[in-house]
Design a protein around this ligand. Structure first.
Ligand code: AMP
Length: 284
């Protein structure tokens, strides 16, 4: 597996495949890898001649300085995991390599980012849009792989690809979970041993919502989720939304939607955890 540190090295590496017409898959990550990231690599390996993972903790997508400072950085271990997973190359640039100076471009994704992550993390999706655009321009991938774990991020990137005519096919891969249901996340290592079991209640709250949504409707489901999480004082819910699965607009009438996303963000031990579940309505 090749470790590429510069934009030029990535371009040279990818061009060696592209000039032969061989497909290249990109898996963008911020490192501190787990099975969720590796599942994206595995999917890419099946569909491309070369899979390149990027590892870059993107400062411009953090709206909270301490979250950025505390973000785990484990490059050596990440490299071992990627090598074992059969990844072909890793792009791990320095901050200086990615941003010679702080970018002046910003992006606004309209209604798609006025809710949930966008509403609670101002500027977050602009930073995501800029770094993913840069990666698409540098790598010129045929395919790019993202996780449903960050559903709103995927929808934002899908919009960006459409708006800016990037020549890449996007793939949204399923959420990989721990045995107790907690969605895998690089931030999970920051949970205390005492509170780690409580984190599983977040997924349970989504399953509760899924089980009652059709019978009880939106408002009662929201109340029940609130009451369920309130039983665990360690958890501080930030939001629980029942949203359209494509536009993320809040759902009022279930019958008006075919795909519904149940999305939540919860603080535990000062760590912000997000999770979601997509449910199909049976009305259509
Ligand atoms: P991150 O390193 O957190 O920026 O994540 C890099 C990519 O991995 C994103 O597309 C995430 O959605 C995806 N990802 C993170 N956690 C999971 C998971 N538990 N299952 C599947 N994909 C994930």
């Amino acid at each position: 597996m090749e470790l590429l540190k510069t934009v030029r090295d990535v371009q040279k590496y990818c061009f060696s495949y592209q000039k032969e017409g061989l497909p290249v898959g990109l898996v963008p990550t911020m490192g501190a890898l787990h099975e969720g990231h590796l599942s994206l690599v595995n999917t890419s390996r099946k569909e491309n001649k070369a899979t390149l993972a990027s590892i870059f903790v993107n400062p411009i997508q953090f709206n909270n300085a301490s979250d950025l400072a505390k973000y785990p950085r484990t490059l050596e271990k990440d490299m071992e995991m990627l090598e074992k997973a059969g990844c072909n190359a890793v792009f791990a640039p320095s901050e200086q390599e990615m941003y010679v100076s702080k970018p002046t471009v910003t992006m606004d994704f309209g209604d798609l980012e006025r809710v949930m992550e966008g509403a609670f993390r101002p500027g977050h999706f602009s930073g995501v849009g800029v770094v993913v655009s840069k990666l698409f321009n540098i790598v010129q991938p045929d395919h790019a792989y993202f996780g449903q774990k960050d559903l709103q991020q995927f929808l934002v990137i899908q919009q960006m690809v459409k708006d800016l005519s990037f020549r890449v096919t996007l793939h949204c891969c399923p959420i990989i979970r721990e045995a107790d249901g907690l969605a895998m996340s690089s931030r999970n290592v920051r949970l205390t041993i005492q509170n780690r079991p409580v984190a599983a209640r977040i997924y349970e709250s989504l399953r509760l919502a899924e089980s009652m949504l059709h019978e009880e409707g939106v408002e009662k489901t929201k109340q029940a989720v609130g009451a369920f999480l309130a039983a665990y004082p360690e958890l501080q819910p930030e939001y629980f939304e029942i949203a359209d699965g494509i536009t993320l607009e809040p759902v009022k009438d279930l019958k008006a939607h075919t795909e519904i996303a149940l999305c939540t963000a919860v603080f535990l031990d000062g760590v912000r955890l997000i999770d979601n579940m997509i449910v199909r309505t049976s009305f259509h």
